[in-house]
Design a protein around this ligand. Sequence first.
Ligand code: TRP
Length: 496
Amino acid sequence: MLNEKHNGNHRFGSKIGFILSAAGSAVGLGNLWSFPYKAGVYGGAAFVLVTLIMVIILGLVVMLVEMYIGRHGRGDVVSSYAKISPKLKWVGYLALLVPFIISCYYIVIGGWSVKYAMSYLVAPDFINTAGDSNGAFTSFISSPYSPIIFTGIFLAISLVIVCGGIQKGIEKASKILMPTLLLLLIITVIRSLTLPNSEGVMQGLEFFILKFDFKALGWAGVVAAMGQAFFSLSLGMGAMIVYGSYSGKSTPLGKSAAMVCVFDTLVALLAGLAIFPAVFAYGLEPSSGPGLLFATMPNVFSSMPGGALFGFLFFALISVAAVTSVISLIEVATGYLIAKLKWSRKKAALLFGGMMMVIAVFISLSQGAIPSINFFQMDLLTFLDELTNTIMMPINAIIACIILGYVVKPKNAIIELRQTEKLKLGVMWGMLAKYVAPILIGIVLIFGVSAKVKSIGDGFYFVIGLAVFLVLVTVAVNIIGHRKDKKNTPIEPPLV
Ligand code: TRP
C-alpha cells in the first residue's frame, strides 16, 4: 500500500472511468442544491443564462487548463505546479487550502441529505406531521447533536471510498453511482412535469427558462453565477489538476473536459426542471434561499401522491451526488499527503477526515444551536461558501490561466495536448485562457464584490475587495518577474 505506483491503483483504468470520475466530482450539491436556490434568488432564467455563458467561456477553458497542468506535472497539486517552475509551489499550497474549507461545510450539507433520505424511508413523519417542513428543517439543523451525527455518517461513507484508492475506490464508485444518479433525476423530473396543476408547472418552467429578470440578477447575481460555474465544475482549487494527473496517457483531455462540462450543466438544468415546476405547482416561493431544497421541496413531496417515495429518491440522489463530489475534495489533500510524506492512503484520509470533522462540528453548531458562531452577520456555512466561491476560487482560476498563458505558453500546451487528439479549437482555447479569462474573471470579481459592499453596507466587503486587488497585483508581479527569469529556458514537452 505504501507505494501506489506498484499496484496499478495510482491511475484511472479507462477513459470512461476518468470522465465519469471527473463528472462525479463536478456533479454534486452545486448542481442540485446551490444552482437551483441561487437561480431562485437571482431572477430565474437570467441567472441560468449567465451561468451557461460562464460555463462556456470560462468553465470549459479553465477546466482544460487545470487538466493540462495535472497531466503535464503528473503529480499532486503542489508538485504539478512545481514541475512548471519550482517558484510556483505556493500556488499549489493556495490550491490545497480551498478544498479543505469546502469539504468542511460540504459534509454538513451531505449529512442533511442523508438524514432526509433516511427519514423518508423509515420515518416520513419527521417532515410531514406538522405540515410545516420549514419548521422541521430549521429545528433539525439547529439541534445540537443530530446533524453532527449525520455529518459523521456522511463523512465515514466518503472516507471508505477514498481509502479504496483510485481505481478500486473512486473510479468504481463513480461508474456505479453516476448512472444511478441520472436515472433518479430523470424520474424526479418526469414526476415534477406531470403534476396535476399544469398551470403551475408551466409557470415554473417560465420562471426557470423563459422569463429573464435581469434586475433581480444584478452584479451580485453575475458574480454568483461565475462562482457557481467554478464551484459546480470543481474548478479553481486543484481537483481537476489531481484528476488530470491520474488520467491515462492516451486520454484526450479537451474532449473529456467538454464532456464533463456538458454533463454537469445537463444535471444542473435537470435539477431546475425537477424543482421549479413543483415549487410553482404547489404555490411556494422560489426565492427562499439555501433552504429551497430542504425546506421547500418536502412541502412539495408531502402534497404529492406517492410523496414519501419521491422524497426518498430525491434525497438519495442528492446524497449520492454529494458523496462522489466530496471524495474528489478529499482526494486533493490526501493525494498530496501520500506523495509528499509517503503516508499510506488510509492514514492520510483519516487524518484529513478527522480535521474536517472538527471544523464541521462548529459549522453545524453555527446553524442555530450556537448562533453566536457567526462572521459578519453570516453563519459559518454561508461565510465559508461565500469566501471560497466568490473570492478564492476565481482567484485560483485566474492564477492557473496566467500560468498557462505566460509561463507555460499556450503553444507548448497545445503541442502536448495534440499528441492525443486534434483539439481543433486549441488556438482559441489558448487565447481565451491567456487574455479573456483573467480579465473577465477580474472584472466580475471587482464589480461583484463592490455590489456586495453596497448591498450589505459593511466594511468587511470593502476590505475583502481591497485584499482581492492586492493579491491580484502580487500574483501578476510574481509571475511576470518569474517569466523574465526564465525567458531563455522554454518548457520542453514531456516524452509521453
Ligand atoms: N463540483 C462539486 C459540486 O458541484 C463540488 C466540488 C467537488 C468542488 N470538488 C470540488 C468544488 C473542487 C470546487 C472544487 O457540488
